[in-house]
Ligand binder design. Structure first.
Ligand SMILES: Cc1cc2nc3c(=O)[nH]c(=O)nc-3n(C[C@H](O)[C@H](O)[C@H](O)COP(=O)(O)OP(=O)(O)OC[C@H]3O[C@@H](n4cnc5c(N)ncnc54)[C@H](O)[C@@H]3O)c2cc1C
Length: 245
């Protein structure tokens, strides 16, 4: 079996006393909506980490008596189904830093706002989406051949902001005896702001400029640079921006 694990244990995600948390394995082309496919992936990943253990025991000093203490209870899946919402966030929106009047959450590290309509299913009433399956297009603005948004919108800090927005909206709907689709957006934005959520773009931008990176530059500076690099990459591929920048 090929070695799939972490060739440099010092780069493992987490060290603790006499232990290390290691990358568990990766299986591609799995259908996260299909039980057989998931079972296959789970068995395959367990085989991979057994081979990793074997490698560590044989080749890495200090790991001779290593054993597996624990593992994830089930396999993690990056992409499965998405709700089609009242609005679908696209790669173009991200690339062009589009602003929306109904922003209630935001994408990190880009700090761009996500509209409330992405959390509202187009065809189902009385439901709010509080997770990575909000309404987005597949793909990313990074290296993938197809321009999309999903991969930029599923990190844990980003998904937390969907949760806060959806939870607050649900509470307001109960209080105001209304449905998520009819909820007054300004009331929701005010409630989120009062809780300390970074609903305003200017507030987020100020924060980014204040936060310093280890090299002394601000996060704002680095993000603007990354954004520009990303735009240039897509321009080279023939993407036409709709607005001057
Ligand atoms: C392998 C992998 C590595 C990743 N690495 C990173 C990383 O390094 N950094 C990062 O920011 N993001 C990372 N991500 C992405 C990030 O973890 C997810 O996008 C994010 O956790 C999604 O949050 P969520 O709340 O939508 O779903 P989840 O975190 O999947 O939460 C859904 C929860 O619902 C529970 N659940 C499901 N069905 C039911 C049910 N019927 N009843 C009750 N509960 C139920 C599940 O058990 C789960 O706890 C990674 C994802 C994967 C798969």
């Amino acid at each position: 079996m090929p070695y799939w694990g972490h060739p440099r244990p010092e780069l493992a995600r987490l060290w603790y006393e006499d232990g290390a948390l290691l990358w568990g394995g990766t299986v591609e082309d799995v259908d996260g909506t299909d039980g057989d496919s998931l079972s296959y992936a789970e068995v395959e990943c367990r085989k991979q980490w057994m081979s990793e253990l074997d490698f560590l025991r044989k080749h890495i000093p200090g790991f001779g008596l290593a054993r597996v203490e624990d593992s994830g209870t089930s396999i993690g899946v990056r992409v499965t189904r998405h709700i089609v919402g009242e609005y679908t966030y696209t790669g173009q929106d991200l690339l062009e830093s589009k602003e929306f009047p109904d922003e209630v959450a935001y994408i990190t590290p880009q700090f761009l706002g996500v509209p409330y309509r992405c959390l509202i299913p187009r065809d189902v009433d009385n439901l709010l989406i509080a997770s990575k399956c909000i309404s987005t297009t597949p793909g990313q603005t990074g290296s993938s051949p197809a321009l999309g948004a999903y991969n930029n919108m599923k990190s844990i800090p980003t998904v937390m902001t969907y949760g806060e927005a959806a939870g607050t909206a649900a509470a307001l709907c109960v209080k105001m005896e209304t449905t998520p689709r009819k909820l007054d957006i300004q009331t929701l934005q005010k409630a989120l702001k009062d809780q300390g959520a970074l609903v305003d773009l200017p507030t987020r931008l100020q924060l980014m400029d204040k936060l310093k990176r280890p090299d002394g530059t601000s996060h704002g500076e680095s993000l603007r640079k990354n954004r520009e690099n990303s735009r240039q990459r897509w321009e080279k591929r023939g993407y036409k921006f709709s607005a001057e920048r």
